[in-house]
Write a protein that binds this ligand. Structure first.
Ligand code: ATP
Ligand code: SF4
Ligand code: MG
Length: 433
């Protein structure tokens, strides 16, 4: 009869108690960090490359579960150049969503926490006075002596300047922030305003009991201070028109269940666009849609990227979508980036055995392949990652050296990097950790 010790995943009661104690200690520490009062200087940093809008560096995001620590994101480093679309690919569970949720500070707490690393973001933030309040910009006028002075209303109060939407104008400052070190409270001015997210399944993201108009207006009123209800409604309807909804006024009054899947996804994109974000994260934006609608939504995303002059982080496991949309591609495997490069690098010259396998498992129109390739084996258990290459147990090109420590990155061209021992005769750059 098998004893408990023979069971590979057996955790004794004392081990379980020890894990729970360690978890609550770690969680307390990270929660305290997130709730701390901090001056912006504490999380202000600099971009490594000024052309980037986002730089992830050695990001670790863990889930402290009862069975042990799940290293969902385990040392992720990559950048999003301003104005580009970066596709993040990899099989289910490799940490794509957790990477993007870390960027939004939306990882499911308390068990999920950003443990270490940096997420640098070029933000445009409200300037604050010594009491932490936003500093309004006032209307001015020239008096009879030719001097400029603040314009007052009939009650003698200064009039705040309005932007084109009708919202108050505040003093702004450009600041590079490290989102991984930012208190949650401060993140609120970035989330939704500077970085917006579109999720896979719009039905679960839209509230079924409120009209589309209510949901759009709510976001507008939250982020555009000083805007009137009439102005926010006009802006919401404009956004619905921008995402290609013909009967925008009609859809504004409808409930989510009255719309088709494609329309709902358009509404989600309209919500994401309300505050003119610099970066849109699209997490599997077309997976729940049929192929024709998929193509329309991808066209829309591309079009919108030009209109807002922003960047897109496109998460998908569909290589076809990435080939069509992305300028750069990041391939993730078991919580790490194993290869990255331009779309041409990854599609014309895939190097990592996993990326090569992914390409082979993609259906082709000419039908030359009669059976789709299937990468053998499974991803290692995220609680007990090996100390050698995570792909080794599934790799068909494995060599002796692969039994050693996790491979470092090899820079095979100025744009193309891979973490694999097969290419190490080329110049090495840092490590793949
Ligand atoms: N709330 C959670 N609690 C515990 N573990 C989680 C949680 N959310 C994600 N994980 C784990 O983190 C790892 C990465 O998950 P993630 O959702 O980022 O995968 P993904 O690459 O987005 O996969 P998919 O393509 O299926 O969406 C997985 O091992 C997953 O089980
Ligand atoms: S390092 Fe070795 S085991 Fe890992 S992917 Fe490369 S060849 Fe395969
Ligand atoms: Mg996901």
């Amino acid at each position: 009869m098998a004893t408990n010790k023979d069971k590979k995943h057996y955790i004794s009661r004392s081990e379980s108690r020890a894990i729970a104690k360690e978890n609550s200690k770690a969680i307390r520490h990270f929660e305290k960090q997130k709730k701390r009062r901090a001056k912006p200087e504490e999380y202000t940093t600099e971009m490594k490359d000024d052309n980037n809008i986002i730089e992830f560096e050695d990001l670790h995001t863990y889930f402290f579960s009862d069975a042990g620590t799940v290293k969902a994101v385990n040392g992720v480093t990559f950048s999003i150049p301003a104005g580009s679309t970066v596709g993040v690919v990899g099989e289910s569970g490799c940490g794509k969503s957790v990477t993007s949720l870390s960027l939004m500070q939306l990882v499911q707490a308390p068990s999920g926490q950003i443990v270490s690393g940096s997420i640098r973001f070029k933000a445009s933030l409200f300037k604050r006075d010594e009491r932490g309040r936003k500093i309004p910009v006032y209307e001015t006028e020239t008096d009879e002596n030719g001097e400029e002075k603040v314009k007052l209303n009939e009650k003698g109060k200064p009039i705040i300047k309005k932007n084109s939407l009708g919202g108050n104008v505040y003093e702004m400052e450009d600041r590079v922030v490290d989102i991984a070190k930012m208190p949650t409270e401060h993140m609120r001015s970035i989330r939704g305003r500077e970085i917006a997210m579109i999720f896979q399944e719009p039905m679960t993201s839209l509230n079924p009991v409120f009209t589309i108009g209510n949901q759009l207006d709510e976001v507008g009123l939250l982020h555009i201070e000083g805007i009137s209800k009439k102005q926010v409604k006009a802006h919401s309807i404009n956004m619905l028109k921008m995402v290609g909804i013909a009967d925008a006024e009609g859809v504004y009054k409808k409930y989510p269940h009255e719309l088709s899947g494609g329309m709902r996804q358009r509404v989600m994109i309209a919500i994401a666009l309300l505050c003119n974000p610099k970066l849109i994260i699209a997490d599997e934006p077309t997976t729940a849609l049929d192929v024709t609608i998929q193509a329309q939504i991808l066209d829309l995303l591309r079009d919108i990227k030009h209109k807002i002059n922003g960047s897109i982080m496109l998460i998908t496991h569909d290589l076809g979508v990435v080939a069509e949309m992305a300028d750069y591609v990041v391939v993730m495997y078991a919580g790490r980036v194993i290869e990255m490069g331009t779309a041409e690098d990854i599609f014309d010259n895939p190097l990592h055995p996993y990326t090569i396998g992914l390409q082979k498992s993609k259906p082709t129109v000419d039908g030359e392949v009669d059976k789709l390739y299937c990468i053998p084996g499974f991803v290692p258990n995220p609680i007990n990652m090996p100390d050698y290459c995570y792909f080794r147990d599934r790799c068909e090109m494995c060599k002796e050296k692969c039994a050693g420590e996790y491979p470092g990155y090899v820079q095979v061209s100025p744009t193309h990097k891979v973490a694999c021992y097969l290419y190490e005769e080329t110049k090495e750059d840092g490590n793949g950790q």
